[in-house]
Ligand binder design. Sequence first.
Ligand SMILES: NC(=O)C1=CN([C@@H]2O[C@H](COP(=O)(O)OP(=O)(O)OC[C@H]3O[C@@H](n4cnc5c(N)ncnc54)[C@H](OP(=O)(O)O)[C@@H]3O)[C@@H](O)[C@H]2O)C=CC1
Ligand SMILES: O=C(O)[C@@H]1CCC=N1
Length: 299
Amino acid sequence: MTTQSAAGASPAAPDTQLQQLRFCFYGAGSMAEAVARGMTGRKLCPPEQIGMFNRSGGQRLADLRALYGVTTAETPEDKDRLLAEADVVILSMKPKDAEEALRSVAATLRPGQLIVSMIAGLSIRTIQALLGQPLAVVRTMPNTSSSIGLGATGLSFSGEVSDEQRRIGEQLFRSVGMTVTVEEPLLEAVTGVSGSGPAYLYYIMESMIQAGVELGLDSGLARELTVQTMLGAAEMMRITGEQPAELRRQVTSPGGTTQAAIALMEEHGVGLHFRQGMKKSSQRASEIGRDLERSVLGD
Ligand SMILES: NC(=O)C1=CN([C@@H]2O[C@H](COP(=O)(O)OP(=O)(O)OC[C@H]3O[C@@H](n4cnc5c(N)ncnc54)[C@H](OP(=O)(O)O)[C@@H]3O)[C@@H](O)[C@H]2O)C=CC1
Ligand SMILES: O=C(O)[C@@H]1CCC=N1
C-alpha cells in the first residue's frame, strides 16, 4: 500500500537545474541553517540565491549572511520580495507558529512556486488550506545532520507536484544527505526514527562519556573514544550490510564484559524503553498535526 524508496547514500553532485533556482527559507532557525549550510557547502546554487528571514532579524541574520553568504530580509517589503521571487519556499518555523505565518503570506505566494515544508506533523492538506490554494507541496522530515551533508530526509509529495518539481525536492535534500520517499502518513514514523534520531544518539553519547569519566577517564579522552565508537559502529553496519544483532553478537563473548553490560541493560528495560521513546516522538508528531488540522479545518 505504500511507496517507499531510498536514494543517495552519499550526497548527490550539484545539479545544473538547481543552480538556476531561487530558494527562500521562511524561518531561520536550527533546521533552516542546517539545510542552508549543507546547500552552500555542496554548492547547490550560488549562496545569494538562498534567501532567509525570521521574525526577530538582527544579529541572527547577520551571522547567517557572514557564515554562508545568503541573502536575508528584515523589512516586510524585503521579506515579501524574497518570498515572491522564490522558485522554492521552504517552511522552517515551529508548528506553533505555522498557522499565523502561513496565513500571512497566502496572498504573496502563487501557483508555480514549490512549497517545501520541514514542519513536524503539519499535513499537506492543512498547508494548502492555510495558503488558501492547492499549491504544489513537498512535505519533508529532515534532520540536523543535513548541515554536514549526512542528513536523512523523508519526503512526501502532494498531487499538484509536477515531475520536475519532484526532482527539485529530491535533489535539494539529496544534496545534503540521503532521502526516502514514503506515503504521507509514514512521515510520522520517519520523525520517530531519523527526525528526532540524532538526539537519541547524542543522549547515548552523553551517557557513554559520563560513564567513561566516572570510570576514571579524562573527559576529552572519553569523548574521543565515544565518538570513534559511534562512527565505527555506524560504518560497520553500512559497509558490511550485516544485521545489528549479528554485529552485536561478534562483540559479545559468552560470560564476558559486553554480555554483562547488555544483560543489565535488558533487565532494566533499556531497549524496550528506547523503542517506546521513539514511538512517542512519532505519536507526538501525529498529535501536533491533528491539533493544527482541527484548528485550521475544524475536522
Ligand atoms: N530541529 C530539528 O532537529 C528538526 C526540526 N524540524 C522542524 O523544523 C521546523 C523548525 O525547527 P527549528 O529550526 O528547530 O526551530 P527554530 O526555533 O530553531 O527556528 C524557527 C524559526 O522560525 C522563525 N519564525 C517563526 N515564526 C515566524 C514568522 N511568523 N515569520 C518569520 N519567521 C518566523 C523563527 O524566528 P525568530 O527566532 O525570530 O522567532 C526562527 O528563525 C519545525 O517545524 C520542526 O518541526 C524538522 C526536522 C528536524
Ligand atoms: O523535536 C522536534 O519537534 C523536531 C522535529 C524532529 C526533530 N526535532
